[in-house]
Design a protein around this ligand. Structure first.
Ligand code: MG
Ligand code: ZN
Length: 220
């Protein structure tokens, strides 16, 4: 596993670099996912499980973390190449960090690149990385009020993974309100309920990724 330490750059320069990334990844037809969510929502756990189902595809993972390489170490050995980005305390990934990581992934003929962002529901929503799809992981233990409290994150997402669904009966999570709020922010949002303990919903996410990979491959 390669570990890079990169300081954050400014938002105003970000969009240009994101477009550059998008073009490069587009030319190579690599489906690129920006996986976001608060700390402890289960981003890494979901990713670990997904990689198991994607064994027949060429996958790379970019792991964003404040200081450690703990998540990268968990992901390594699941069949994907892992680049760990240590943000030196910055609370989000930016497009320049991804540009730097992509240089390590040249000539890999990837089919899908999954970027696990730093755990945070605020600024990762504002930093385009050049991805095709944004996926937000949230867990039932965080409470159903998260979408309305962090609307930018949820408005921009293509899919929400509602994780730790096996624990729902032990929480006050109000499913009805959650779905109502999600639809009010983004009527087209796909929501997948998952549990990494009993593997519920994980195959559905993989089905989505495989379909999107095909769309990307067939794109001109
Ligand atoms: Mg993680
Ligand atoms: Zn930030």
């Amino acid at each position: 596993m390669k570990e890079l330490v990169i300081k954050a750059s400014l938002l105003k320069n970000n969009n240009e670099m994101a477009e550059k990334n998008r073009q490069l990844l587009g030319n190579q037809k690599v489906l690129t996912i920006n996986l976001m969510g608060s700390p402890g929502a289960g981003k890494t756990a979901v990713l670990e499980k997904i990689l198991k189902y994607l064994k027949n595809y060429k996958v790379a993972v970019i792991e964003g973390d404040l200081y450690t390489s703990k998540d990268g170490e968990r992901i390594q050995g699941q069949g994907a190449e892992v680049i760990q980005i240590n943000t030196a305390g910055a609370c989000h990934l930016d497009a320049a960090m991804i540009d730097r990581a992509l240089k390590e992934l040249e000539q890999r003929q990837l089919e899908v690149l999954i970027i696990e962002n730093v755990g945070n529901l605020v600024c990762p929503a504002s930093f385009d990385l050049g991805e095709d799809k944004k996926i937000v992981v949230m867990s039932v233990t965080e409470g159903n009020d998260k979408p309305l409290k962090y609307p930018h994150m949820f408005q921009r997402a293509h899919m929400v993974i509602l994780n730790k669904i096996d624990l729902i009966d032990f929480t006050d999570f109000n499913r009805e309100e959650f779905y109502k709020d999600i639809k009010s922010l983004n009527a087209d949002m796909a929501v997948v309920e998952t549990s990494c303990r009993n593997e519920e919903g994980l195959q559905e996410i993989c089905k989505y990724l495989i379909e999107e990979m095909k769309i990307k491959k067939d794109s001109i």
